[in-house]
Design a protein around this ligand. Structure first.
Ligand SMILES: Nc1ncnc2c1ncn2[C@@H]1O[C@H](COP(=O)(O)OP(=O)(O)OP(=O)(O)O)[C@@H](O)[C@H]1O
Ligand SMILES: [Mg+2]
Length: 275
């Protein structure tokens, strides 16, 4: 542990210059829309993973995205987070951030946080250390001292721990957590960045029923002050958390509406649910 981190005290006043990036002015949600995707296509060689997709997510919305394997759900998240560039079309976060022109780091700093399909916590580090590692800071100076976190980061830490309900496990190595707890820890890590928009890719895959239920509660809590986009195959989970559901198939939107509405849609039955 100790050799990984440099005690910031050694650096004294040197941290001042260039330490902490200039605060971005923040995403402009004045039109009530957090995310605009317009006619986005993604080609991988001759394969079209997203096909002229237009999607608008309102600020404060919890949008569920469902659809068969290979529909393009993860690719959609890759486009939003800058991992994959749209071949054509535009992607905006609020009125002001053109996602296609930003690096993945810039997009994260602008307020988009993502949880990948597989948990990527640091198994040998404790819950607390994982959260501290996720705190925004100047990447050149690795420091882990709780007392040195700025007040905003301390608040984020306390709130994250509260929301993911892992307070009693702060000293436990993440490798010893259950699969569900690891997923929650990863959500806690992304909360450390204080995102405005949270993307969750299959958050309940591999979870027990109790963990799935707890994750649904967590999503509903997060919805109180975040915009969320959740991709899942688990329909009972979607049923618990969903308002508006978007069905994706072959890179395009097949249907949108409540879960009951899309489940009754003929195209959806044909191409996704099966008869
Ligand atoms: N980097 C890539 N290069 C080539 N093809 C890719 C690449 N990434 C994704 N694909 C293809 O694009 C399609 C959409 O993949 P994607 O991972 O977005 O699907 P998904 O809806 O997330 O599926 P799942 O439900 O299985 O996670 C798939 O056919 C996949 O093989
Ligand atoms: Mg996927």
């Amino acid at each position: 542990m100790s050799d990984l981190f440099i005690d910031s005290a050694q650096h004294g006043g040197q941290l001042g210059e260039g330490y902490g990036r200039a605060k971005t002015e923040g995403a402009d949600f004045s039109h009530g829309i957090a995310l605009y995707l317009e006619k986005v296509s993604v080609w991988f060689d001759s394969f079209r993973a997203l096909n002229d997709l237009s999607l608008y997510i309102d600020e404060g919305e919890l949008r569920c995205i469902i659809g068969p394997n290979g529909a393009g759900k993860t690719t959609l998240m890759d486009v939003i987070t800058g991992k994959t560039r749209p071949t054509t079309g535009t992607a905006f976060f609020g009125q002001n951030y053109d996602l296609a022109k930003m690096s993945t780091e810039e997009i994260a700093e602008a307020g988009i946080g993502r949880k990948f399909q597989k948990p990527t916590v640091f198994e040998n580090f404790t819950v607390m250390e994982n959260l501290l590692l996720a705190a925004p800071r100047d990447k050149r100076v690795k420091k882990s001292l709780f007392s040195r976190l700025d007040p905003e980061a301390q608040l984020a830490l306390e709130e994250s721990l509260e929301q993911i309900r892992l307070k009693e496990f702060v000293k436990k190595p993440a490798g010893l957590l259950s699969h569900g707890q690891k997923q929650w820890l990863e959500i806690g890590m992304l909360l450390m960045q204080r995102p405005k928009l949270i993307l969750l890719d299959e958050p309940v895959a591999g979870m027990t029923d109790a963990e799935t239920e707890r994750t649904a509660e967590l999503c509903l809590e997060l919805k109180k002050n975040h915009t969320l986009v959740v991709v899942e195959h688990d329909m009972s989970f979607i049923d618990t958390i969903s308002e508006k559901v978007t069905v994706l198939a072959q890179g395009a939107i097949l249907a949108e509406g409540t879960l009951a509405e899309v489940q009754a849609n003929e195209d959806v039955i044909e191409k996704y649910l099966g008869r």
